[in-house]
Design a protein around this ligand. Structure first.
Ligand SMILES: Nc1ncnc2c1ncn2[C@@H]1O[C@H](COP(=O)(O)OP(=O)(O)OP(=O)(O)O)[C@@H](O)[C@H]1O
Length: 234
């Protein structure tokens, strides 16, 4: 298992008074948020409350309309988008999709090394999709595809792992594998932020994790003070 580089100073990621909007629709309204490092943050909230938007801001793919986003320089981030937002007809095999998780480590023209291939194999094994490795992604069922996308995130060995409802619409076995994958990421030292509708995930944040409830539009509140580390939420 590849361990993470020693943390440097500053937060891995921190939002200060961040607002985000689509046109004139305000979705996040001056949100302060710093996920506790090496822990699980669970984002709960109804459809449209802004969970995906918050993840997109954390990932750096949606620019806040105001406020401040800090990210630790050179820190890596993996994002598993909601299945409905993932391209379904990528002309790639499952192994190729998971191998894409190593691209950032190797650069655009870098060949994967033996160590990268081992990481890819481990990720395929973790989600039990090794037997599907040669299959084109578009031939897979929705749940199998979801496992491939989670495996791609695992292969990144990122410091910050953002998951948008990774376990929704998958069977019990896949849910169990995804839960185990999240546990393994936390054990590796990753900081995980997961959006979900499933309140059962809240219990997995643990005493040092964080549960945020988005009630939208624009409102984000920590749930249960015991799981809120001091200073993590302004
Ligand atoms: N690209 C977009 N353009 C315009 N409006 C958007 C866009 N993406 C999201 N929205 C709107 O922003 C609001 C928040 O959406 P978001 O997807 O962040 O919510 P969510 O909590 O993740 O919802 P769900 O549980 O359905 O995934 C919704 O009102 C949605 O319609």
């Amino acid at each position: 298992m590849t361990s993470l580089p020693a943390p440097t100073t500053g937060p891995l990621v921190r939002l200060t008074a961040v607002s985000a909007a689509y046109g004139d629709r305000l979705v996040l309204d001056r949100v302060d948020f710093e996920p506790p490092e090496g822990r699980l943050t669970v984002l709960l909230g109804p459809n449209g409350s802004g969970k995906s938007t918050l993840l997109a801001v954390l990932a750096g793919i949606l620019k806040p309309s105001s406020g401040h986003l800090e990210r630790r320089p050179r820190s890596s981030v993996a994002l598993v988008v909601q299945r409905s937002a993932a391209p379904e007809r990528m002309p790639l095999t499952v192994r190729e999709v998971v191998s894409m998780g190593r691209w950032r480590a190797r650069g655009p023209v870098g060949l994967l090394r033996a160590a990268d291939r081992r990481i890819v194999d481990d990720a395929l094994d973790a989600l039990q999709i090794g037997p599907l490795a040669r299959r084109p992604l578009h031939e897979l069922s929705g749940g199998q595809r979801q496992r491939a996308l989670v495996a791609q995130a695992l292969a990144q060995r990122a410091a910050l792992v953002l998951l948008d409802e990774p376990a929704s619409g998958v069977d019990d076995r896949a849910q169990e594998l995804i839960r185990a994958a999240v546990d393994a990421e936390l054990a590796r030292g990753a900081t995980v932020v997961q959006a979900t509708h499933d309140p059962a995930w809240a219990g997995r944040a643990g005493p040092r994790g964080l549960v945020l409830r988005l009630t939208g539009p624009g409102t984000v509140a920590p749930e249960g003070q015991p799981s809120t580390p001091p200073g993590a939420f302004g």
